[in-house]
Design a protein around this ligand. Structure first.
Ligand code: CU
Length: 162
């Protein structure tokens, strides 16, 4: 196919790379929205090696893309990385109740009313996956960095918003 238009944008420092795409799923007869926090360059490779890092939402052509599906994509790819000792605050900005429950049951917020929040202080390095009880499709994780392997963190102790 001959190239007729070439778009060139100024270079930027990449803080975080996501993959977001829509593909036609002929078997399901839907458009399928695909998202991943692993960036997009090697998305086929990500799919082979760690398919759990790719979130898919099948968009019914009659209903269109629903709010909960967008939330599902956003929650599914979200990973918050923090240093040990950091307190994470979840604030419920929705008009309905949500909850924050660790998959290994180490923390459980109970139902959080709209406008209210819940906090957990993470001390142990590792991965903490969690979900929302009324909305099991809302899943995310907090990764607590192992400071032994991050020299910048050990030296400064400076917290950065990533
Ligand atoms: Cu919820």
């Amino acid at each position: 196919m001959p190239v007729s238009v070439l778009l060139v944008a100024p270079g930027v420092d990449i803080a975080k790379e996501y993959y977001l795409g829509i593909t036609l799923d002929r078997a399901r007869q839907t458009a399928t929205m695909i998202a991943s926090a692993e960036g997009g360059v090697e998305i086929e490779e990500v799919n082979r090696k760690s398919p759990e890092k790719i979130i898919r939402e099948h968009v019914d052509p009659f209903l269109g893309l629903r709010d909960y599906q967008i939330r599902n994509l956003a929650y599914g790819i979200e990973t918050l990385e923090v240093a040990p000792g950091v307190t994470v605050v979840w604030r419920n900005m929705d008009p309905v109740q949500h909850s924050v429950i660790a998959d290994d049951e180490t923390f459980d917020s109970g139902l959080i009313d709209p406008g209210k929040s819940f906090t957990v202080t993470f001390t142990e390095p590792g991965q903490h996956t969690y979900h929302c009880m009324p909305h099991p499709f809302m899943k995310a994780r907090v990764v607590v960095r192992d400071t032994m392997h991050t020299p910048a963190n050990r030296a400064g102790g400076r917290e950065e918003d990533e």
